[in-house]
Each structure stands twice: as structure tokens, then as C-alpha cells.
Design a binder for this molecule. Sequence first.
Ligand code: SAM
Ligand code: SF4
Length: 346
Amino acid sequence: MTPYDDIAAPAKPSLEAAPLIDGFGRTVSYLRLSVTDRCDLRCVYCMAEHMTFLPKVEVLTLEELDRIASAFVALGTRKLRLTGGEPLVRKGMMDLVRGLSRHLATGALDELTLTTNGTRLTEFAGDLAAAGVRRINVSLDTLRPDRFRTLTRGGDLAKVLAGVRAAQDAGLAVKINTVALKDDNAAELPDLIAWAHGQGCDITLIETMPMGEVEADRTDQYLSLKDVRRELESFWTLEDLPLNTGGPARYVRVAETGGRLGLITPLSHNFCEACNRVRLTCTGTLHTCLGQEDATDLRAVLRAGATDAELVEVIRGGVAVKPKGHDFEIARKAPAVARHMSTTGG
Ligand code: SAM
Ligand code: SF4
């Protein structure tokens, strides 16, 4: 008897473990799992300078993270992204990754991946590749050491660049994620794109999202990617690609570099109808929409001693009420959603 016997074998969702479908008929097949709210950086758009992190008891244990993730896999989740906070600062992170990789081995999961700031990749890239991770996202907003130090409040760019190299040397495909910031990196975006493509990396630009209270005024940081695209098109040829990952990214190929560029515009409503993803915070709260306050407390269910069948029912209930779309509004001063991205996971 395994812990998951009563929610059916995770290999292929059977009739008993029907896929997770929300009230609008969208199948949920992608889980983003935040494994910690902690981080070794303090990016200005993500965290306050003096963050109060959660008491340990509030954060899911590695066993709880595995149990919830595995329940999702049993319900048809095909892609699992580990994030944070910074996932690679979580103690025992590699045990979690190795444990979850059993679902890759059975074929239940197509992809196990993570989003990282890259500072600890020199240490972990080889282990990640050995555990079956094939692709990772590395967040990087500038190639200038002084600007990196300012944007991350103290980070060392050299570590991240060494991390990207280590990941590639280990055979991992690296996608760079860059938040477009009007004052801080707008003029540098073409250099960043050319650099990423020169390294053989895809790169995705992200608009700032109004998440959590940070000191900077977000309306000052917001840079529309429509404007960025227009600027890039003044000297590059951008060819639309018919790639849809069920998320808010639209992709183009830059003819001159041959590389792929993603543009994430979370403030537009153009992706919600195809949304296939849900998020679990490091405290075990299920959010089915990044831009809405809907929440299901799975930690309470686990800690009350629920069986796997009971856990599955609560997950189904949470997914059933997934909102039709988000409700971001950058012009409002208060954050649209009070929780920080570092708790929810990007
Ligand atoms: N620490 C890891 C990292 O930085 O990649 C994983 C967690 S981080 C919260 C995930 C992603 O969210 C990063 O790419 C980061 O740039 C992005 N992010 C954080 N706050 C954001 C905000 N307010 N708007 C847009 N993206 C944000
Ligand atoms: Fe840390 Fe990532 Fe947030 Fe930066 S964006 S503070 S690296 S969690």
C-alpha cells in the first residue's frame, strides 16, 4: 500500500482520478509550487528591503510539499515548476527534487523544472540535471554589476553568470526571465536580448505586476511591452511564433539573432481563457489565479490528518472555482493582490 493508492496510480489519470477541470472547462495541468518565501536577494520590485519571513512552522515541510505535488500529479498535472522565494536556498531542496523526479520516471509528469535567481546554480546544476530536470528559468534583469547590486539590493552578478554557465555545462536549457523596468533597465533590454541569444538562451520579458507592498512606486516602474516591442522593431525583425504554453507569454523570433523572445503582459486579459495553471504557496495555500484573492488552504487539510481522498476532494473544490480572469490594475496605488510574489511563486 503506497500513500497514493486511494487516489489511483499517478501514471495516467483514470476515470476515478478524472483530470482537474475548472468551472469554465479549462483543464489544469500545470502546478507552480513555491517551496520557500526566503531569498538571498531582495529585488526591489519583489521584496521590501527588510522582509519579515514566515515562521518555519507555517511553511510546508518537504514531505507536505511532496504529498500535495504528488496528489496534483495523480490528478493529471503534467508540469511542475518549483519556485519561491529562491528555491535553491531551501534546505533539503535536492531531496524534494529527487523525490518528485519519480513521477518523471513513471511518465506521469512531462516536466519538472524550476525558476531561480541563479546565485546557487554552480552548486546545484549538476544535481538538478541528474534528477531529470531538463530546463530552468533564470531571472536576470541587467548585465551591469553595479545595477544588479542596486536592483537586487546587494547581489553579485558574477555568481549568476557563473550559474548560467554551470547550468548549460550540465546540459540544462536555460531561459532568461527579465522584468522590464522603465527607469532601471529599459535602455539595456536590447543588449540583454542579444546576450541571451548569443548564449543560446531564450529570453522572456515580463511587465511588472502589482504584487505585495514594496517601497518603490510601481506606477513609476511599469513599462509597457507594447512600447518595448515597437522600439525593438525599429532595428530588429520580430517574427510571431505560433507557440502557446497556456500562459500569458507571446513569442517571437528575432531574425537578426535567430533567438526566441517571449513577451509576458500579465496586465492584459488576452490569456486567461487558455490558462492551465494553478499555484501553491509555501504555506500550502492554493491560488488558482495570480491576480485574484481566491484561496484554498491545503495545509490545514493536511495537518488535520486528511486522507489522500479527502485532500483530492479539497483540491477539486479549489480548482472548480478558478476565476474566469485576473483583475490587475496598475493605476491603483494599493497592490491588486496583497501577497508578495515571493510567497506565491512567480
Ligand atoms: N527567486 C526566483 C527568481 O527570482 O527567479 C524565483 C521566484 S521569483 C518571485 C519568480 C519571478 O517573479 C522572477 O522572474 C521575478 O523577476 C518575478 N517577479 C517578482 N516580482 C515581480 C513583480 N512584481 N512583477 C513581475 N515579476 C515579478
Ligand atoms: Fe528573490 Fe526572486 Fe524575489 Fe528577486 S525576484 S527577491 S530573487 S524571490
